[in-house]
Design a protein. Structure first.
Length: 268
């Protein structure tokens, strides 16, 4: 039985020894650079995209946005573009891991100790169901009310490598977002002495911001996901369940849409 009150209350964490002014400034600069290079930049772009879409004639639901798209009519070139995008996401996650390791927080200390297969998988599937099912409902309602764009999870041309690429995207997205937006950002804010609730909110707002290109519903839904995932990590210090849950959600969205889009009339 989950103690809801316990989960709502911020956990206690030792921020470490006091920082010298130069060290504090260095961490702030580091966070700013990382966010400018990764999801902070994406967040700013998504906000501009949402403003542009809102200024166009018609409701947001009349417009379409694709998450995974083809970049070339030549199959092999398109595949190479997809591989580059996947590697870019992997580099985001690797950057977060490296900077945390340099600060004294190796993978084990941020929740990437040896996987506990049964527990991690059960928690991952549970989190995926907790977020995925209400998230789909929120998207459909938001789309019907005109708060969301019509999201096409995959517009990649039909090729033999399309499904494996979408699965790889799901894992790369999961690694990049959960390592950087949860483990890295909250850990570095914690070192600055920022409270757990404030760090959680900053992480969730960042996650919501770079999904605003999908519409207000997409931003709010992902912010709520960030609150749940961030608190889970703060409470358990386990990152594997988040990686599993996020990958499952994306695989269902990317691959499920590709396979079922012509068979489910209720999909926008």
């Amino acid at each position: 039985m989950i103690d809801v009150k316990s989960w709502l209350n911020p956990p206690k964490h030792d921020a470490g020894p006091p920082l010298e002014p130069g060290e504090r400034r260095a961490i702030k600069i580091e966070i700013a650079i990382v966010l400018l290079l990764t999801f902070g930049f994406n967040g700013a772009s998504s906000i501009l995209s949402l403003i542009e879409d809102a200024l166009l004639a018609g409701s947001l639901s009349d417009q379409t946005v694709a998450i995974n798209t083809s970049s070339s009519s030549l199959g092999i070139i398109d595949l190479l573009y997809q591989v580059l995008r996947i590697l870019r996401l992997c580099a985001f996650g690797a950057l977060g891991l490296y900077l945390l390791w340099r600060s004294g927080l190796g993978p084990r200390l941020i929740g990437l100790a040896r996987p506990r297969a049964r527990t991690d998988l059960l928690q991952g599937f549970g989190l995926a169901a907790l977020i995925g099912l209400p998230g789909l409902a929120l998207y459909l309602v938001g789309n019907a009310l005109g708060f969301n764009l019509t999201v096409v999870p995959s517009a990649i041309d039909e090729n033999w490598w399309r499904i494996p690429t979408l699965v790889a995207y799901a894992f790369a997205n999961s690694a990049a977002e959960e390592i950087l937006v949860v483990a890295y950002l909250i850990s570095r804010l914690r070192r600055l002495g920022v409270g757990e609730n404030s760090s959680l909110l900053a992480s969730a707002l960042l996650r919501g911001s770079y999904h605003l290109y999908q519409g207000l519903g997409g931003g709010v839904g992902n912010m709520l996901m960030g609150l749940v995932f961030g608190r889970f990590w703060q409470r358990t210090n386990r990152l594997w369940p988040l990686l599993i849950a996020h990958a499952l959600i994306d695989i269902v969205a990317f691959v499920g849409y590709t396979v079922l889009r012509d068979h489910l009339a209720w999909l926008p």
